[in-house]
Design a binder for this molecule. Structure first.
Ligand SMILES: Cc1cc2nc3c(=O)[nH]c(=O)nc-3n(C[C@H](O)[C@H](O)[C@H](O)COP(=O)(O)OP(=O)(O)OC[C@H]3O[C@@H](n4cnc5c(N)ncnc54)[C@H](O)[C@@H]3O)c2cc1C
Length: 402
């Protein structure tokens, strides 16, 4: 007997896809190229609409216990060091049982997901097994893997490629990854310094500055003691060594707070950032989800959230088809629901978020600030703003697409 579904990649999207498929009764094999989960600092903000999905899977309580509940977020003006506007998720009460975001590092979701999968009898997790090839016909998908046991081939009904931005699955399908790469990379500095106390800012704070913007947020760390991550644009010509140098790190952190002690810096990382969407999310029996299907800049914390929405939508669709409740044509709905909404809600919003932070024209900056202040002050606009940023609006819109 062959397994129903192969999930490629044990990032957060892959583990959620595997758990959702397994809970619906499918036989699942999950392949992960690495022997363990990567801990580099990436996604941390999980929005209300995604918390609802984690709750459906029974993951919410544990996920929440590993992070911080953050009700508010702020926009600040870096040039005057003043607050521009503060938003409060509490206005979403009634729309969602979770009127807040949870700041939990993404590796914790992958690891907690792997622990859950280990206890499920219809799941096989294969760490250290890299998918190298995929071929399909009307009867199934043949997946080639390379790992400790050498080269192997297995046959599946369906494959979900959750293997990240450089997806091998996407390459095997020869699906174009349309879009562009930003010229500047993003630098992430992690520090034990308490910016919340020093600046009076929220656990999630966006600082607009024409010279150099910052996205500042708090996570718990593996020791649950708390630490702050500050994300900055690196200069276009700045090398890794320059960006990581003592002088550059000091310059950036002391611009945020004059007395920042250098010995509290615990991690430095730098990323290339893209805005890209696969021109197709499905080819035959093979699907793309998460970063394999779309990537975006992290301002607003939307990429992973959208990937988890993909995983849940796809698991439900596959279940309906595999269990005979729907015809195979339904499989096309996955792309109809997920691709346009990624462009409308995630690509457009993250590009606008980045532009707002880096804006140089004083008049446009002022207009941006006025708009944020108006939205924060008016209860109707405040709620509208958060319905969009929390992806509740896009999740509801998706359900209406037939
Ligand atoms: C600085 C930064 C901050 C961010 N902040 C946020 C945020 O706050 N909120 C948010 O929603 N998003 C955020 N993002 C985006 C988020 O990190 C990604 O959207 C997320 O990692 C996507 O998860 P994924 O599971 O699709 O892919 P990944 O996390 O990239 O996981 C892919 C997995 O597939 C494995 N793999 C790769 N190739 C193969 C293969 N051939 N065979 C088997 N396994 C393979 C990899 O080893 C990896 O484990 C941020 C990104 C960055 C860079």
């Amino acid at each position: 007997m062959r397994d129903h579904v192969c999930v490629v990649g044990a990032g957060p999207v892959g583990v959620v896809a595997a758990i959702a498929c397994a809970q619906m009764g499918m036989q699942v094999v999950l392949f992960e190229a690495e022997a363990s989960i990567d801990h580099s600092p990436r996604a941390a903000t999980t929005h209300p609409s995604t918390l609802e999905l984690l709750a459906e899977l029974g993951l919410f309580e544990e996920f929440c216990s590993l992070g911080l509940v953050a009700r508010h977020f702020q926009f600040r003006d870096g040039t005057t060091k003043t607050l521009v506007a503060e938003f409060d998720h509490e206005v979403l009460r009634g729309e969602t049982p979770y009127p807040f975001v949870v700041q939990t590092e993404q590796h914790k979701l992958s690891e907690l997901g792997l622990r859950r999968l280990a206890g499920m009898r219809n799941v096989q997790v294969r760490l250290g097994a890299s998918v190298t090839g995929i071929s399909q016909d009307a009867d199934g998908v043949r997946v080639t893997t390379k790992g400790m046991a050498g080269v192997e081939q297995c046959l599946f009904d369906y494959v979900i490629g959750c293997d990240g931005g450089r997806s091998t699955v996407r390459r095997c399908l020869q699906v174009e990854f349309e879009g562009y790469t930003w010229p500047e990379r993003f630098l992430v500095l992690t520090t034990l310094f308490d910016f919340g106390q020093a600046l009076g800012c929220c656990t999630r704070t966006y600082i607009s500055d024409p010279e150099e913007w910052t996205n500042l947020f708090k996570v718990t760390g593996d020791d649950l003691k708390g630490r702050w991550r500050a994300v900055f644009p690196a200069r276009e010509a700045e090398s890794d060594d320059e960006a990581f140098s003592e002088a550059a790190v000091r310059r950036r952190l002391t611009r945020l707070f004059e007395g920042h002690p250098m010995e509290l810096v615990v991690h430095r990382n730098i990323y290339r950032v893209h805005q890209r969407v696969a021109i197709s999310f499905r080819k035959g029996r093979v699907f793309l989800a998460g970063d394999a299907a779309h990537v975006n800049n992290p301002v607003g914390g939307l990429g992973l959230n959208c990937g988890i929405h993909d995983a849940m939508e796809l698991a439900e669709t596959l279940h309906l088809v595999i269990s005979g409740q729907a015809k195979e044509e339904l499989l096309d709905r996955y792309e109809r629901r997920r691709r346009p909404l990624n462009i409308e809600y995630v690509q457009q919003q993250t590009v606008a978020n980045k532009k707002r932070l880096e804006e140089r024209d004083p008049k446009v900056r002022q207009a941006n600030f006025d708009q944020l202040r108006r939205a924060a002050a008016d209860p109707v606009l405040h709620k509208q703003f958060l319905m969009r940023t929390s992806l509740i609006e896009s999740a509801r819109k998706a359900r209406k697409i037939t």
